[in-house]
Write a protein that binds this ligand. Structure first.
Ligand code: KG4
Ligand code: ZN
Length: 344
């Protein structure tokens, strides 16, 4: 089976071609530079950029894969959740393509695709659904932080999520407070390299709570008050680096501890992680150390698949068709606030 998949839920325009669990092409056009000027994603600008870039990106993916539109067996797209007008661009384009080709359209839940992205690896990137075992999956991006219990047969149950800021949002906001530009996560990681992560005692919100939810706005507020009371830190590069390292450690500590704790409680033997923040080296190392200590297997999404991409959308769509799940109504609407537990 050969599929074209489109992803336009936020600020990445992506198109991928997949066949028999393999990613033949995964083209991504990031809008990071465009939004950096505004310190965050501006939905109206994102949509215009998707409209401008989608067809060239889809063409690039088809060319790289050496696949002609007539060879496609289905067209998939992210149907939700995400920015409404941005979702509309990819979803409606995919439906139109499917209509013209007289092939099925598959609407995919963005986070469900993230859940399976850690199982796509190698060169060429290939999905390994056969080795999936029940796991606890951490999804950490700029918009979402959630823990999901993934069972056999594409079954999953949401365990908890953030009650306020997402982990990536916290990285971005703390980075902004210490004078770094958007997106702050990678910049903060770079600044923190080699610095003292225990120099500042910052809160680990909800770390000890007996649930799988997260909260990060208090951590950001602590950093704000600290800098209000000690503005001299902003002029002291070594102290600023220590503050960046301390904030990073606090976020990573909460994420890794709560993820592994949920896995132990549920008795699963495996942990996975995906989403933009999974690019963070300290998080990757903290999860690896905690999993090793608790004899848990760990699958981290490849760095190229941590951020939003159409490859994960296409891989999951093909899997669903192979499992004889019904395709999506060709004129189905986008679902901007689609809860993960409402996936058919
Ligand atoms: O998944 P993603 O590309 O987009 C969505 O939010 O959907 O994630 C972007 C988020 C941003 O908040 C960014 O600062 C964060 O992921 N991020 C990182 C790193 N790379 C990206 N945070 C910490 N360390 C990183 N290396
Ligand atoms: Zn995402």
């Amino acid at each position: 089976m050969t599929l074209l998949a489109l992803e336009t839920s936020c600020d990445e325009t992506s198109a991928a071609v997949v066949r028999a669990g393999r990613v033949l092409a995964n083209a991504v056009s990031s809008q990071i530079k465009l939004h950096a000027e505004y310190g965050g994603v501006v939905p109206e600008l994102a949509t215009r950029e998707h409209l401008r870039n989608l067809m060239p990106v889809a063409d690039a993916a088809l060319n790289e894969a050496g696949v002609a539109p007539a060879e496609l067996d289905a067209v998939a797209a992210t149907q939700g959740p995400g920015l409404p007008s941005a979702l509309m661009v990819g979803s409606k384009a995919a439906q139109a393509m499917a209509f013209v080709l007289r092939k099925p359209f598959v609407g995919i839940h963005h986070h469900e695709a993230h859940l399976y992205s850690p199982w796509i690896s190698g060169d060429p990137l290939t999905a390994d659904f056969d080795s999936i075992q029940p796991n606890v999956s951490l999804i950490v991006s700029g918009g979402h932080t959630m823990l999901v219990h993934v069972q056999a047969g594409l079954e999953h149950q949401l365990l908890g999520s953030t009650v306020d800021d997402a982990a990536g949002e916290c990285f971005d906001k703390v980075a902004k407070l210490i004078g770094l530009s958007y997106p702050g996560g990678p910049a903060l990681e770079k600044l923190a390299e080699g610095a003292n992560a225990s120099a500042f005692e910052l809160p680990r919100p909800m770390l000890r709570d007996a649930n799988d939810d997260f909260s990060f706005s208090g951590l950001k507020t602590s950093v704000r008050y600290l800098l209000r009371d000690h503005p001299e830190i902003l002029e002291d590069r070594p102290r600023l680096r220590d503050l960046a390292a301390s904030a990073q450690a606090a976020i990573v500590d909460v994420l890794a501890t709560k993820t592994v704790r949920a896995a132990k409680r549920l008795g699963v033997g495996c942990v996975t992680a995906s989403g933009g923040v999974t690019c963070n080296r300290m998080l990757r190392e903290a999860l690896a150390a905690a999993c090793k200590k608790n004899a848990l297997r760990l699958r981290l999404a490849e760095k190229s698949l941590c951020t939003d991409n159409a490859a994960m959308i296409g891989i999951l769509a093909e899997r669903k068709l192979m499992l004889r799940r019904p395709s999506t109504d060709p004129d189905a609407d986008i679902i901007p606030n689609w809860p993960l537990d409402r996936v058919a």
